[in-house]
Ligand binder design. Structure first.
Ligand SMILES: NC(=O)c1ccc[n+]([C@@H]2O[C@H](COP(=O)([O-])OP(=O)(O)OC[C@H]3O[C@@H](n4cnc5c(N)ncnc54)[C@H](OP(=O)(O)O)[C@@H]3O)[C@@H](O)[C@H]2O)c1
Length: 288
């Protein structure tokens, strides 16, 4: 297929790479052109200077940028993707953004005879590199049927959750659960260390019981060693929790723990941890 990929960050760069490796004809765009040039060299692909030019003639345009405002700029700006897309093409957005912006993009896409899918991902940088992301999709069934087999090049689970915004709402559930889980893990590990236990042994043992989780399996050792210079950045998590808290005000759900953990992450930012992995919550307990 003729495809475009907009936004070659930590996630987008390897995701676009999987599409090229699968034999699709891929044109990329990145705001910082050097990265697009590097991608095109790595994958013998093409890059263009604007989203509109990259999107020209593509059957599906993928994008993975930062937040709501970035989605609006890259999709609807004067040089945005919508300005270049051909009738009937689909924009699939992998950015973690609000459900509101997803609905807004779908409305704009429909008015131009285009399709739109909100398709946030979970699985982190490793998931993007290994092609094993979980992709939660919102939008029309007919667009999903076209895009789903293509997203499978980097997604091990690609699921349509409902109408526009449903992918983003599902990702919010993921982040709400993670916030409480990581704080629980931090408290448990900190307790184990202060109780004089071998915390790595504790993590290994209870990881085979009911407290098992991806976070415990993949982050306990680095939390004990206080290594945070990798992974999913605290800045991104605060952006995501902000989206969750705003949505919760709308649908009247109580998020007391997520709100508290959001404040803990603000304290991690204050001590210079904006780019640290989200497991850095333990730093507040280890060094109050
Ligand atoms: N990293 C993870 O583990 C992870 C996991 C799940 C979901 N996500 C989500 O995936 C999205 C991307 O994350 P990432 O880690 O790939 O971020 P990143 O490395 O910071 O990359 C962001 C990309 O978006 C581009 N961009 C941002 N704002 C733009 C704008 N206004 N106009 C044009 N391009 C713009 C950046 O261009 P430049 O190169 O010019 O800066 C860059 O290519 C975020 O919504 C994040 O929450 C990330």
């Amino acid at each position: 297929m003729k495809l475009a990929f907009l936004g070659l960050g930590v996630m987008g760069y390897p995701m676009a790479g999987h599409l090229a490796k699968a034999g699709h004809d891929v044109t990329v765009y990145n705001r910082t052109a050097l990265k697009a040039e590097a991608w095109a060299n790595d994958h013998k692909g093409r890059y263009r200077a604007s989203p509109a030019e990259a999107a020209e003639g593509a059957d599906i345009v993928f994008m993975c940028v930062g937040n709501d405002d970035d989605v609006r700029a890259v999709a609807t700006g004067p040089q945005g993707a919508f300005a270049g897309m051909k009738k009937g093409a689909i924009l699939a957005d992998h950015t973690t953004a609000s459900a509101e912006v997803a609905r807004e993009m779908e409305r704009e896409a429909k008015a131009k005879g285009l399709g739109f899918l909100d398709a946030p991902v979970s699985g982190g940088q490793a998931g993007a590199v290994n092609g094993k992301l979980t992709i939660m999709v919102g939008g029309a069934d007919e667009s999903f049927r076209v895009a789903e087999p293509v997203m499978r090049h980097y997604g091990q689970a690609v699921t349509l959750m409902g109408s526009a915004g449903s992918g983003q709402l599902t990702k919010m559930v993921n982040q709400i659960m993670l916030a409480g889980l990581i704080q629980g893990l931090s408290e448990g590990i900190n307790f184990a260390i202060r109780a004089g236990l071998d915390a790595k042994q504790v993590a290994g043992v209870i990881g085979k019981g009911a407290a098992q989780s991806w976070q415990l399996d993949n982050r306990a050792t680095t939390m004990i060693d206080r290594k945070f210079d990798f992974g999913f950045a605290v800045d991104w998590m605060r952006k995501d929790l902000g989206i969750c808290l705003a949505e919760a005000r709308r649908n009247k759900s109580a998020l007391p723990v997520a709100a508290l953990v959001d404040q803990f992450y603000a304290r991690v930012q204050e001590r210079g941890g904006s780019r640290w992995d989200t497991s850095s919550l333990i730093d507040l307990l280890a060094k109050p």
